[in-house]
Ligand binder design. Structure first.
Ligand code: G3I
Length: 359
């Protein structure tokens, strides 16, 4: 049976949550341990914050087994100008994580969004040269060091009206849709062992965006596999949006199709956008937990699921802080989106995640 998760249900959720969370924070193992017991890697994206905030670094040390580079390996951060590769930040994050015994996911090697201004005005031939050189250099530099790579990020954005629903950007302009295949083949040549992933947004939402992207992604994956392109995994970001309709069981069925094809499936950027939830911090945290727990209750059943990664680890550094402060510059309200709070202590979502993992 599928269950729609409405805003009304989210607001009513706090009442139900006390009964839903089965353990106290002190009784729980780390999320990494709870995940490992069912053969899953648990982790979070990581940026510079963890090198500047020792308490936050401790949280990563304790709670994660895998980390994803947040912005450090993105094209615009690595390539501030045409002739310069700025590897320092990524090098230090990868070295620190590996030194702490963590697996590392590289994020967003090729993405048609957030590309630097200097790419504009290049001819298609020049773009092709930059694309190939970028993949060869970056993938080779971290060869043997990463668990997996998001080789292509968010290929589809049908809302832009491009034929085929492709996200517009320089790589699509230069090659058309074949940029995806080219990126995967080139990456495999530069690192024969790393798991190569296609990472997509919105599919977990059962609204127009999610419903329009799902079939496009499925067709792309089938086409890549048919052509023998080296694709190992599909990533679903899972930035949950409580204000939109959800059918988490339908999402789990959809995602399982990829596992049944022999691909790994990752939940790559799990968090909950609390913007539509009420101001009251305690009630909001409970609602976030109810939604996150309901999602994982279904998503952890996905065939081939190998990793659950949240986008940052604690509310102190969630990306929604920046978004919220832009929309509501005078608001004292701090977003809550993650397993750990502003104070780095477990949120109700931590209990819901732990319960789902040990169920
Ligand atoms: O750290 C700099 C700071 O030094 C500078 O003064 C300030 C001025 O703008 O910018 C700060 O950098 C920001 C950076 O995040 C900090 O981590 C950038 O402006 C901001 O654009 C950047 O946004 C990131 C965004 O991707 C674009 O790359 C977010 O942190 C990051 O969470 C977000 O991640 C994306 C995934 O890659 C793909 N899926 C969606 C997800 C959330 O949007």
């Amino acid at each position: 049976m599928t269950r729609k998760f409405s805003r009304r249900a989210a607001l009513a959720a706090p009442l139900a949550l006390a009964a839903l969370t089965r353990s106290s924070a002190a009784e729980r193992t780390s999320l990494a341990e709870a995940a490992a017991a069912r053969g899953l890697l648990f982790g979070a994206s990581i940026g510079d914050e963890a090198s500047q905030d020792t308490d936050y670094a401790d949280l990563y040390r304790r709670e994660t087994r895998i980390v994803t580079t947040d912005v450090a390996l993105k094209f615009d951060w690595l390539r501030p100008d045409k002739d310069h590769f700025a590897f320092e930040r990524a090098d230090s994050i990868v070295a620190a994580a590996r030194g702490a015994g963590k697996h590392v996911r590289g994020h967003a090697l090729i993405w048609n969004d957030r590309t630097p201004d200097w790419l504009r005005g290049l001819s298609n031939a020049e773009l092709a040269r930059v694309f190939d050189e970028h993949i060869d250099n970056v993938v080779a530099r971290y060869a043997g060091k990463l668990h997996s790579w998001d080789i292509v990020n968010e290929p589809f954005w049908p809302m832009q009206g491009e034929t085929g629903g492709w996200r517009q950007g320089p790589w699509l302009s230069a090659f058309g849709p074949s940029y995806v295949e080219r990126a995967f083949r080139r990456a495999r040549a530069a690192d024969p062992a790393v798991r190569l992933a296609l990472n997509e947004a919105q599919c977990e939402n059962d609204h127009d965006w999610g419903r329009s992207i799902r079939p496009l992604l499925k067709r792309l994956v089938e086409d890549l596999l048919h052509k023998g392109v080296p694709l190992d995994a599909v990533g679903f970001q899972a930035h949950l949006q409580p204000q939109w309709p959800h059918d988490f069981a339908a999402f789990a069925d959809y995602a399982s199709q990829f596992g049944k094809k022999g691909l790994d499936v990752y939940l790559t950027e799990f968090d909950v956008n609390d913007q539509s939830l009420p101001d009251d911090p305690a009630g909001r945290k409970d609602a976030v937990a109810a939604i996150g727990g309901a999602f994982l209750g279904q998503a952890l059943k996905i065939d081939g699921l190998k990793a659950l990664v949240t986008w940052q680890l604690a509310d102190r550094y969630t990306w929604y802080r920046e978004i919220w402060s832009h929309i509501h510059p005078n608001s004292a309200r701090a977003p809550t989106a993650l397993a750990f709070g502003e104070d780095l202590k477990p949120n109700p979502l931590h209990g819901a995640m732990h319960d789902a993992l040990v169920a």
